[in-house]
Design a protein around this ligand. Sequence first.
Ligand SMILES: [Zn+2]
Length: 312
Amino acid sequence: MHKILVLVALVACRLALAQPATVAMTAEPVAEGTWLVQGHTAMGSAANQNFISNAAFVATPDGVLVVDGLGSPPLAQRLLALIRDKTAAPLRAVVVTHCHADHLYGLQVLQAAGAQVLMHERCRDYLASDTARLRLQASRDELFPWVDEHTRLVTPDRWVGDEGTELQIGSRRFVVRHAGPAHTPEDLLVHDPATGVVFAGDVVFRGRVPYVGQADSRRWVAALDGLLALKPQVLVPGHGPASLQPATDLAQTRDYLQTLRQAMGEAARNLEPFDEAYARTDWSRFAHWPLFAAVHRMNAYNTYLLMEHEAK
Ligand SMILES: [Zn+2]
């Protein structure tokens, strides 16, 4: 009896916490037959259904290419509905730009709808890791009911190596390039030569402080240059709005990373403790960016550790 009461209380509590499906989601055209579904600038929460990252899709007469799977299965269901609004063509493929939860947890819906899931092979380790398992377990509580016991990590249908690959959908050819290690070891870009759109994943953040995590920021800066060499007409980032001026809009991400590397590199070389170096550095240029309070200090700390390692 006691157990049942506890269970009822738990369920009631979860229902009370559950938010109605009001989080806004739209598909904005960014090029011919190409739409961006832009996530909210926030940390993931049940209130925003973990809709904090972008997805995009390209509709061709012969099928649809999707970039990224969003942060929960219900979000991916809504993405599917937006795709169905634009085209009746079958879902062909979804390219996962990297294996972070906010880009992954909706994949099972897209795969079930017929999309072949592509990931870089360096996602293998992550998908099999305790980190991934524990993260999903925690998300089932924190993001309930949007992420729940039915949410799982999808095994891709096709692994992409460092050499990249091409995807042919009817007469359209999409180029999938390995851009990592940058934001993550496995970063993939999708280049659509027909429209000049480059889908950059989290190699580019716009309108917020980037999430650095365990990134190799030296190579990340180099990857930004590699991306510009593709001469994109339109740049679709992993977070934030699309850009029609990629060279200018990339500068935010590059400037942020370089400032972190310079300040934390100097501190690491001088054996200055992190707290002191962090406190005396002038971060005011970034302090007004969204999510500064949530992620900047951790970004600086991770960069400090990286620079200690690079200095050896
Ligand atoms: Zn992301």
